[in-house]
Design a protein around this ligand. Structure first.
Ligand code: GAP
Length: 501
């Protein structure tokens, strides 16, 4: 915690530090100096990310009668990427510094602060804010923003796909790619899924999986990385259908946009931190009729969290043409084959982790002391219950706490901790977003020396209100079934006496 009066570090720095310190996210290969923009999920991070993916899958696949799932391979036939347009169009313009050899996105070089050796001050070196001129000589950046000395090359197109070789021989014929999006795995399996599952339009195919992009300017923690996970839906619609007089693809697009926005708020994201942004005509991808981004107010500013595009029949037609296989749907009513249109809600799992963390992070004052708390939705919280003994020297208290942890761990991620005093243990759990703590104390087990009988109850403390109730140990499974289900704390707490803080 910073000293009073000291400037607090920016939110992103605090999160990066908390994530490392508390086992959420580590830099990849850190002991070797780290790898550029890839990250590893630690014990709490993997739980959080899995909870996000599980909630997404349940809500978008299991609970919907019109959706099915898929898990396609990362390495696909290279012809896929030719047909999809990735080989020709999945590029960013880049420039190289002739001096320091660093590489930049041509459209971003003026968006970063730049280094300048100013002739008006005998060549002194200055760091100048992005887009501003030098205060002394009024010059604007023309040289490399990083070293300040080198000329930049003319922009060249740089393909973002990772290339590799399939098989033992490294030759052009064996070149293949790591997929840059999960979507294409769905398109090439369209007919397999349609036929095997006997589906009727409209229906969707969902997939969660890794994607790889050799981003030129990755960064901002897990916001933009070179290896990341996507949660994508391709929702197929008959373009000849109408709903209330409007083309079905346009109506379904609107519905998905509203559905996906509501999904983030359902899991606790504050509505004021979410907004929609329509793509302008000149920024639309070559395949898209309309795209709307769900943006989140990240510490770096409003940025894309999920894109929801109407990709029309572009992908199915491209793959049909390139493979020679029909990718159509037989419309029974019209007795004709049709190429479906597709609505694509495409979310990033890692970007969602970041947005949920940013949204949940709070610094609060409690009885004159600061506490850091992650107000994560109970379904997303990595640990659901922490069991804490009040006195670790009392063997009967410790063993009862272990028994309780073992019982609750059958149903929920539950931890035991006795490595500090109770106040400190509570703060530690607050900081990682654990919604409930169970404390075992002397009254739970009684004190024969003092002639005090056991009451067989433990204290449950709720993270956000910090309220506490006394609950019989035997009730715990049922109480947590309610609390970690849909019953509110207020409703459950009404049935039990409060505990003294
Ligand atoms: N199939 C469509 C598609 O891939 P996209 O807008 O390029 O569209 C969709 O990516 C989502 O994937 C983004 O909204 C973002 O959440 C995530 N994403 C894309 N590139 C990423 C990267 N380099 N690092 C982390 N997440 C990324």
């Amino acid at each position: 915690m910073p000293k009073p009066g000291a400037e607090s570090p920016p939110l992103m720095d605090k999160l990066v530090s908390l994530c490392k310190r508390r086992g959420f996210i580590f830099q990849s290969s850190e002991i070797y100096g780290g790898t550029g923009s890839v990250w590893d999920y630690g014990p709490l991070g993997v739980e959080l990310k899995n909870n996000i993916k599980r909630a997404w899958w349940r809500d978008n696949v299991r609970l919907r009668a019109d959706m099915v799932g898929l898990d396609a391979s990362i390495i696909m036939h290279p012809a896929v990427w030719k047909a999809s347009g990735h080989i020709d169009h999945f590029t960013d313009p880049m420039v190289d510094c002739r001096e320091c050899k660093r590489r930049f996105r041509a459209d971003k070089v003026d968006e970063t602060p730049w280094t300048h050796y100013c002739p008006a001050t005998k060549g002194n070196k200055f760091e100048i804010p992005a887009g501003e001129p030098c205060r002394h000589c009024q010059a604007r950046r023309t040289l490399c923003p990083e070293c300040g000395r080198g000329e930049l090359t003319a922009p060249r197109q740089f393909n973002l796909m990772f290339r590799t070789f399939m098989g033992a021989v490294e030759e052009d014929a064996s070149v293949t790619y790591l997929r840059p999006e999960t979507a294409q795995g769905i398109f090439v399996n369209f007919d397999n899924v349609l036929q095997s599952m006997r589906l009727k339009l409209p229906f969707g195919i969902a997939q969660i999986g890794k994607a790889f992009r050799n981003e030129i300017t990755p960064g901002n923690f897990i916001f933009r990385t070179r290896e990341f996970e996507q949660m994508e839906i391709e929702y197929f619609v008959n373009p000849n259908d109408t709903i209330d007089g409007r083309p079905a693809d346009e109506v379904m697009h609107d519905r998905w946009i509203q559905d996906r926005l509501a999904w983030y708020t359902r899991y606790g994201m504050r509505p004021e931190n979410l907004r929609l942004r329509e793509h302008e005509k000149d920024e639309l991808a070559h395949y898209a009729k309309r795209t709307a981004d769900i943006e989140y107010k990240f510490p770096i500013g409003w940025s894309e969290l999920e894109g929801i595009a109407n990709r029309t029949d572009f992908d199915l037609k491209q793959h049909a043409q390139a493979s020679g296989k029909a990718l159509t749907y037989f419309d029974d009513e019209r007795k004709a084959h049709v190429v479906p249109y597709v609505i694509e809600p495409s979310a990033g799992a890692d970007r969602s982790v970041l947005a949920f963390l940013v949204d949940a992070y709070r610094e609060e004052e409690v009885r004159g002391e600061k506490r850091v708390v992650l107000r994560l939705h109970r379904e997303l919280a990595p640990v659901k219950v922490a069991v804490l003994p009040l006195l670790k020297k009392r063997a009967d208290i410790v063993s009862r706490a272990h028994e309780i942890r073992a019982r609750l761990a059958r149903d929920w991620v539950t931890v035991y901790d006795d490595t500090a005093a109770i106040g400190r243990l509570y703060r530690r759990q607050d900081e990682v977003g654990t919604p409930y703590c169970v404390t075992v104390d002397v009254r739970t087990v009684g004190d024969t020396d003092k002639g005090e009988a056991a009451d067989g109850r433990v204290t449950i403390r709720e993270r956000d209100s910090m309220e506490q109730i006394r609950v019989p140990v035997a009730d715990l499974p049922h109480v947590f079934q309610q609390l970690l289900g849909d019953v509110s704390w207020a409703q459950v707490a009404a049935a039990y006496p409060p505990a003294e803080n």
